[in-house]
Structures are given as structure tokens and as C-alpha cells.
Design a protein around this ligand. Structure first.
Ligand code: CP
Ligand code: NVA
Length: 303
């Protein structure tokens, strides 16, 4: 039976660990010039409703690097834009492709594609979740810290798709995750509740960024206004005052703390230019790791 990756909850802790190990392995193999071709003769389609630099190119490059092909499909250029139903589009695309990677607004949309397409569907970001990003972020933490177990991870900023996926990761893997979000910008309550009560996990939520960052080994942030929040930028900038990840805030973290940001970054808003470009930032490694993780995901899903 086909598998889909719509949220991290589609994966067990063992599967997440296996994907991280394999992504690191594929990265090393690529550095050594070893050619892996598990996708020979396979085609991956990317159907995107929202902008993307990293996720799009990393999945396309990963598909090609593994010996397969990729087709980018801008949803607005398809008959979807003229009201062809998802159920019809999914059945047709499923006949052409070996996997479908989708970036869109509603989580229900990726669920509908997964239901009607005969091939694996990967969520490449929805309003609710960004699972493939968190996998690349966990990989990055493992690379620089050796493991995610026993670490204190902090999330500073919007309770958005990234924060929701971190909560899923915390629940599945039993992570220590300290979130700081302004009032009114919390992550989903059901996910928070689940993570807070998950065995082995230690999850807290505060409105004080210093409290969340205190003693943290890895500090994560993301834009204050995500795709789909257009027009809310000013109100959000006001609500997120004091939530910038800058040197002053980082002084509360562990002296060895690293900083992650899924990018794109807004310097001077959620992160200072000094921190983003500074020695604690692992964001460029994190961005590169998206491709190695995409390769591990495609290798696992595409049969
Ligand atoms: N991090 C990330 O998903 O970036 P893109 O929006 O450029 O794909
Ligand atoms: N939270 C951001 C992530 C972008 C990669 C967004 O959804 O726009």
C-alpha cells in the first residue's frame, strides 16, 4: 500500500530516525561522488499553489540526482484554476507520476490529493504544517549536536505551520520544546495539548521569549507573516515586538546554542542580521539539508 507524508504523524519515531540517518548518509555519499539512482525511470510532480525557492528546487534536484525526473506544475496554470475538481486532477496526475509533492493552503487539499491519487503525496507546506522542513531541521540538529535527545529546543515567534509541525515532532520523538508566542498567535491548541501530554516530551508555552530561550541548545524562528497572511504584516509586527531573535535574546541561551530559520528571513524582524549571519547560525546548512532530506523521503516513498 502506498504511503503519504501529509503530517509528521504519518511517521513513527523509528521512521523519522531512519529518514534522518539516510539523509545524512545520502549527503556523505554525494560528497564522495557516489551516484545513487533509486528513482531511475520515475517522475516526481510538484504541484504548487504558493511561492517556493527551497522546497521546490530541493525536491526537483533530489529527484534528478536520484536518477528520476521532475515536473513543476504551477497550480494557477492548470485547469484547477478553471475549477476542475481536485478528485479529477489527482486521479489523472496519479496516472502520470510516481509521487506528487504539493504546496497549498488548506491541509484538507493535500488529504484530498492523497485520497484520490494512486501515488504517494508529500505535503510541501500547508497553512497548518511543514513536515519536510522539520525533518531537515532535525537532521541539521543531529549533524551539529550529535542527537536531538536531551536537548532543549526553543521556538520563538508565530504559532504557525512550522510551530505546529515542531509540536508533532515533540509528541512523536519525546522532545523538550519551549515555545514563546504572543497572545493570539499560539499554535493549534489540540497539537499543543497532545505534545504537552506525550510520554517523554517536555513542552511549554510562554509569551516571554527570554523564558523559552533560557538554556536552549537550538533556537528556531520563522517569519511573523506567513504566506496567506498578506495584509496582516503591520498588526503582526506590533504583536511580535520583543520577539526578534537577536544577540540580546540569545545571551539567555546555552553558550553553544545554534540558531535555525527555515527561510526566507526578514532581517530586523524575526531575526537580526547579526544573528542570521553570525557564528551560531546554521541556516545555510539547514537549507542545503532540505535537498538531502527530500532525497531520503523520495527514496523511501517512491516504489
Ligand atoms: N523553507 C522553505 O520551505 O522555503 P521555500 O518557501 O523557499 O520553499
Ligand atoms: N511559515 C512560513 C514558512 C515558509 C517556508 C510560511 O508558511 O510562509
Amino acid at each position: 500500500m502506498k504511503r503519504d507524508l501529509l503530517t509528521l504523524t504519518d511517521l513513527s519515531a523509528e521512521e523519522i530516525q531512519r529518514l534522518i540517518d539516510r539523509a545524512i548518509d545520502l549527503k556523505v555519499r554525494r560528497q564522495r561522488g557516489i551516484l545513487d539512482r533509486p528513482l531511475m525511470g520515475k517522475t516526481v510532480g510538484l504541484l504548487f499553489d504558493k511561492a517556493s525557492t527551497r522546497t521546490r528546487v530541493s525536491f526537483e534536484a533530489a529527484a534528478i540526482r536520484l536518477g528520476g525526473g521532475s515536473i513543476f506544475i504551477s497550480a494557477r496554470d492548470t485547469q484547477l484554476a478553471r475549477n476542475e475538481p481536485i478528485a479529477d486532477t489527482a486521479r489523472v496526475l496519479g496516472g502520470y507520476l510516481d509521487a506528487l509533492v504539493i504546496r497549498t493552503y488548506a491541509q484538507q487539499t493535500v488529504a484530498d490529493y492523497a485520497r484520490y491519487a494512486a501515488v504517494p503525496v508529500v505535503n510541501a507546506l500547508t497553512d497548518d504544517y511543514h513536515p519536510t522542513q522539520i525533518l531537515a531541521d532535525l537532521m541539521t540538529v543531529v549533524e551539529v549536536k550529535g542527537d536531538f535527545k536531551g536537548l532543549r529546543l526553543a521556538w520563538v515567534g508565530d504559532g504557525n505551520n512550522m510551530a505546529n509541525s515542531w509540536l508533532n515532532a515533540a509528541a512523536i520523538l519525546g522532545l523538550e520544546l519551549a515555545l514563546a508566542c504572543p497572545e493570539g498567535y499560539r499554535p493549534r491548541a489540540d497539537l499543543l495539548e497532545k505534545a504537552m501530554t506525550a510520554p517523554g516530551a517536555k513542552v511549554t508555552l510562554t509569551t516571554d521569549p527570554k523564558e523559552a530561550v533560557a538554556g536552549a541548545d537550538a533556537v528556531n524562528t520563522d517569519v511573523w507573516a506567513s504566506m496567506g497572511h498578506e495584509g496582516q504584516e503591520a498588526a503582526r509586527a506590533e504583536a511580535f515586538a520583543g520577539f526578534t531573535v537577536d544577540s540580546a535574546l540569545l545571551s539567555a541561551a546555552s553558550p553553544e546554542a545554534v540558531v535555525l530559520h527555515c527561510l526566507p528571513a526578514h532581517r530586523g524582524e524575526e531575526i537580526s542580521a547579526e544573528v542570521l549571519e553570525g557564528p551560531r547560525s546554521v541556516v545555510w546548512r539547514q537549507a542545503e539539508n532540505k535537498m538531502h532530506m527530500a532525497a531520503a523521503i523520495l527514496e523511501w516513498l517512491v516504489k
